[in-house]
Design a protein around this ligand. Structure first.
Ligand SMILES: [Zn+2]
Length: 201
């Protein structure tokens, strides 16, 4: 794994955990909220093990549950966020802009991403065709994972935004006190996302 792919770490795990994430993302994509037991069945993972995996993901904000059913996992959620990912004709949401780019890139999807610049809040819309998107001026920020705690949504996703331009990314970064992390042009972000969500294909 290259240094640039280090942001993959929150999604790296044991094979059973990766299988649960894959099944969970597919369920959210199709609008289903499965219980941990049902996810275990879908992923061919022992039900008790599936429950323990979901508990572990919840402990580091790498899944969300409502009413005992998983409504967010591997970055995809049915809960409203500021990032909308339209796939299969349905609006879903993602925890960060990196998810919104990486998921369609890795799964080879037709998709429309609607998010907002992390600096000026201008709308940023991207269209994916079979996982590919046209070059754009957008840049993305990936916070340094080793400086984050273990709360994925609050501490990583909250600033893993897209920006109109490198200039707007740099202005945000300076205003935010120059936090550690990596700036990537959209094309690089797509490549990193393909690696991070490869297990969800
Ligand atoms: Zn902007």
């Amino acid at each position: 794994m290259t240094a640039a792919a280090d942001p993959a770490l929150p999604l790296d795990g044991q094979p059973d955990e990766l299988a649960i994430q894959r099944a969970g993302l597919a369920a959210i994509r199709s609008g289903q909220h499965l219980t941990p037991i049902e996810l275990g069945v879908a992923a061919d993972v022992d039900p008790m093990r599936a429950q323990a995996i979901i508990d572990g993901l919840l402990g580091r904000q790498a899944a969300t549950v409502s009413g005992g059913r998983v409504d967010g996992i591997a970055g995809l959620t049915t809960r409203p966020t500021k990032h909308t990912l339209t796939i299969d004709g349905h609006e879903r949401h993602t925890w960060c802009a990196f998810d919104a780019v990486g998921i369609p890139a890795a799964l080879g999807l037709d998709a429309v991403v609607a998010t907002r610049c992390g600096y000026c809040s201008a709308p940023i819309d991207l269209r994916f065709n079979a996982g590919r998107t046209d070059p754009a001026e957008s840049w993305g920020w990936l916070p340094a994972l080793d400086r984050c705690g273990n709360q994925l949504i609050d501490e990583f996703c909250s600033t893993a935004d897209l920006f109109c331009s490198r200039d707007h990314l740099d202005q945000w970064h300076s205003a935010a006190g120059s936090p550690p992390g990596e700036a990537h042009a959209l094309g690089e972000l797509v490549q990193i996302g393909q690696a991070v969500w490869d297990h969800c294909r």
